[in-house]
Design a protein around this ligand. Structure first.
Ligand code: SF4
Ligand code: SF4
Length: 145
């Protein structure tokens, strides 16, 4: 599954249009709104995660651009809050690239940010939300999903 996170700037002319609905209906992509501030007749912003076939995600982006929406890809990073993590190991079976694994014999759950592709699967899979998506330096704060 191709996954990308975008920072979108909506012109006020599009604020009342069902853009996300059309994205899903016409381009067969899944979405996850990580942050949004859209108000009637005002320019708006949204941090949007898109998942699907690569060509579908790109077609969806072209659609957004055709409406005047500026889309900037975010280099989302995932980090672990070690104060929250209680080493349960649930995330190690979720991570598709082995960025979360159990180190033996200590049985310590290790997070290797170098391997992480920021797919976000562990973020929702962690029972205490110790894994966070962050978008520094653009928003200068993290978003827990
Ligand atoms: S699922 Fe969460 S609490 Fe459990 S080891 Fe992974 S990061 Fe830590
Ligand atoms: S975001 Fe994806 S690649 Fe990174 S640690 Fe979590 S599950 Fe693994």
């Amino acid at each position: 599954m191709y996954t990308r996170i975008y920072f979108l700037r909506y012109p006020k002319e599009t604020s009342d249009q069902p853009i996300i609905y059309r994205l899903v209906k016409s381009y067969d992509v899944e979405f996850n709104i990580l942050k949004a501030d859209i108000r009637p007749q005002r320019d708006g912003i949204m941090v949007l995660e898109l998942k699907g076939q690569k060509e579908n995600v790109q077609d969806a982006l072209d659609y957004l651009k055709s409406l005047g929406v500026k889309a900037e890809r975010l280099a989302g990073k995932v980090r672990r809050d070690d104060k929250k993590c209680f080493q349960c190991g649930a995330c190690t079976g979720i991570c598709p690239v082995g960025a979360l694994y159990v180190q033996r014999p200590e049985m310590e759950v290790i997070f290797d940010p170098e391997k992480c592709t920021a797919c976000g699967l562990c973020v929702t899979g962690c029972p205490v939300r110790a894994m966070e998506v962050c978008f520094d330096p653009l928003t200068e704060k993290s978003i827990t999903v």
